[in-house]
Design a protein. Structure first.
Lengths: 383, 299
């Protein structure tokens, strides 16, 4: 779960990391009032979850209340990568002497939380990592204890320099406490600015929470932005499904992420185009199939649907019951092609047969079948 | 023959009284696996179709001599279940559970390896040595005994490839789903080494997908250290790019992780990459035939 900058900075502040004074505003008038209370110059920063907002004109400086209101009016309602800006963060401008980078993220292959730090912070950090890797410091934290002064403080200082070492170390400790107490998958400060007075301050920040750990922090769910997932994705999530809408025409319902992607690849291979990714997950119950079909049928220009189930923990009879139930309750105006194999396959096929529904056993044949059926309905699909 | 799991392996099921645990305990036993017990706290003394249930893993191990456990408990209790299995020094721990917080896995994988335990998973289908035993949730009937090792990050896509192999008359030595989570117990490289050393494995099918760099690491290992032929399939070529994780994700992965990067790395290592799952058997057959004459005598 991704946080907006103003939310991320709220957590940094809570964990003792210096951040510029600031608050979010959703109207130009509100922006003006906040700016006046902070003082000038002030930054007006679009709050969207996509990157590249600076280059899109979503970050401006204002030197007076009138200017703050005008810049907020420009930015609110602006579209950045298709996302409408609904809030701006009004934040005290930082008098920057140098920009550093510091982050904590999960390193998959090292099975650790990795710290990345650099004296070359700012917008071009990825390019620097690719072209001048020696300007990036990385080290794994201790799996049980996080940052340990004896092993890690010196490494961090090699990015921040001796003069800023104590401040940087305090920031890293705060970042790790946030990371571990709130179950984050990313805490990133970029730039971590050094002011003209020699103080480190988090000028911008990203925080992502691990969705798998939200059961430990139910209160954080309220912070979720509707921007992170579309309405259909949220609908799918709340029904235990994993869904991503795409712009093709063949709806897909598959069990397992790997097989879902392979099914999409195969549809493309045979000349069709997938309308979505949808993983019904393991331990299926019949309701999941019903919900999956309901969500997919909202897709415009749908020409056919493929249900591809290779039962393991998912049982074919559960899926078959769901398909029969969906056919009774939903109007399905496009061809439905089913491939069913694996755990409890015989029971599943018997249920389908009882309802007069055929199912393929072979995936390639099923995909060729659905692509052919999609062609014959092309232009007559869902509106 | 096989790696990690054979007909003598004694298996307990943690979470045996749940819906999935009880179903798959029976299914594993029906396949021929020695399922010697189960664990559900508070239900010690009961049984599931004659399989005795114990309150703790320690007790189950003491009474049954189990050397493998398979975990079906819900995500919020999985960390405790993993540590309990490690404290009982079970050498092979298979975790089916999906949705475990990543920080738990960082702490738990280190806890397990410090105690000498090998973890397969989490969020995985388990493993099967066809004709001998299966530990996990895969449908037994799709497998047939033979010489091909199968390793995969996906569950159901593994079944797809295994089924294609079986229909083509190509049997498997051991099939392993390593799990789909960011942090897992056992990686492709470790399993490739075991297959390379196993006298009864003649070749390997490696099933990868977008994200992470396990496939790229496998490609490097194959080109440096493997003599047996490896064939691959990578899913996710048409998937939208992974949602970005700040700059840190890009810095850590360093441009790896896309389907194109994985296919290119594998091909550069001399590994043929199938365009479709059902092309894997044909590619394997031709690689095995090319290796067969003269040079290799029984591996």
């Amino acid at each position: 779960m991704k946080l907006h900058e103003f939310q991320a900075k709220g957590f940094l502040r809570e964990y003792g990391i210096p951040v510029p004074e600031g608050r979010p505003a959703s109207t130009p008038q509100e922006a003006r009032a906040i700016a006046a209370s902070i003082g000038f110059p002030v930054m007006v920063k679009a709050q969207v979850l996509v990157g590249g907002r600076g280059k899109a004109g979503g970050v401006k400086m204002a030197k007076s209340a009138d200017e703050a209101e005008a810049r907020a009016r420009d930015i609110l309602g602006m579209k950045i990568k298709g996302i409408e800006v609904q809030r701006v963060l009004m934040a005290a401008a930082v008098d920057i002497a140098a920009e550093f980078y510091v982050s904590l993220a999960v390193d998959r292959s090292g099975k650790t939380v990795q710290c990345i730090a650099s004296a070359s912070g700012g917008m071009d950090i990825e390019e620097i990592a690719a072209t001048q890797p020696d300007r990036i410091i990385r080290f794994p934290l201790d799996p049980e204890n996080g940052p340990v002064a004896a092993s890690h403080q010196g490494k961090l200082a090699s990015a921040f320099g001796r003069e800023l070492s104590d401040q940087a170390w305090a920031i890293l400790q705060g970042m790790y406490r946030l990371f571990s107490e709130k179950d984050c998958s990313l805490v990133e400060i970029n730039p971590c600015a050094k002011t003209q007075q020699g103080k480190l301050i988090a000028a911008d920040a990203k925080v992502i929470f691990d969705d798998n750990a939200l059961f430990r922090h139910p209160e954080l769910e309220n912070l979720r932005s509707p921007e992170e997932y579309g309405a259909d994705e949220m609908d799918a999530r709340s029904n235990g499904l994993s869904y991503v809408g795409l712009d093709g025409t063949i709806g897909c319902i598959v069990n397992g992420a790997g097989l879902s992607m392979a099914t999409m690849d195969l549809i493309k291979y045979f000349g069709g185009s997938p309308a979505n990714f949808l993983d019904v997950g393991g331990s299926s119950n019949p309701e999941k199939v019903l919900n999956a079909l309901r969500i997919i049928l909202k897709h415009r220009g749908l020409t056919a649907i493929l249900i591809n189930i290779f039962g393991g923990i998912t049982r074919c009879d559960d899926i078959a019951r769901g398909i029969v139930m969906a056919r009774e309750r939903l109007s399905i105006p496009v061809p439905l092609v089913i491939r069913l194999i694996g755990t409890n396959e015989a029971e599943g096929r018997a249920i389908l047969k009882g309802a007069g529904i055929d199912a393929y056993e072979d995936l390639t044949e099923a995909v060729q079948g659905v692509v052919a059926r999609a062609r014959s309905t092309d232009g007559k699909g869902t509106a | 023959m096989s790696i990690l799991l054979n007909a003598e392996t004694q298996v307990i099921v943690q979470g045996i009284t749940g819906r999935d645990g009880s179903f798959h305990a029976r299914s594993m036993r029906d396949y021929g696996t020695k399922v010697v017990g189960g664990v559900t706290p508070g239900k010690g003394g009961e049984n599931v179709d004659g399989i005795p249930v114990f309150n703790t893993v320690a007790e189950a191990v003491q009474r049954t001599g189990a050397d493998c456990t398979v975990i079906f408990v819900p995500a919020r209790f999985a960390g405790a279940a993993l540590r309990e299995a490690a404290d009982a020094r079970i050498p092979l721990i298979v975790c089916i559970t999906e949705g475990i917080p990543v920080l738990d896995m960082i702490r738990d994988t280190h806890y397990l390896s410090e105690r000498g335990c090998r973890l397969i998973g989490p969020n995985c289908p388990g493993l099967v040595s066809p004709g001998a035993a299966k530990v996990g949730i895969m449908p037994g009937r799709i497998h047939t005994p033979g010489g091909i090792g199968v390793i995969s990050r996906s569950g159901t896509l593994t079944y797809e490839v295994v089924w294609a192999l079986t229909r083509a008359g190509i049997g498997q030595s051991t099939c392993i789903g390593v799990g789909g989570d960011p942090v897992i117990g056992t990686s492709f490289v470790e399993l490739l080494a075991l297959f390379e050393a196993d006298p009864n494995t003649t070749g390997v099918a490696l099933i990868g997908e977008i994200g992470g760099d396990d496939e790229e690491r496998a490609a490097e290992y194959i080109s440096k250290s493997m003599k047996k032929p490896v064939v691959s399939f990578i899913s996710g070529r048409t998937a939208p790019p992974e949602k970005r994780m700040g700059h840190a994700g890009a810095i850590i992965s360093g441009g790896k992780g896309t389907a194109e990067a994985k296919v290119a790395a594998l091909r550069q290592a001399g590994v043929p990459v199938a365009d479709r799952p059902d092309e894997v058997p044909g590619l394997l057959s031709s690689r095995l035939a090319a290796q067969a004459p003269g040079s290799r005598k029984g591996g």
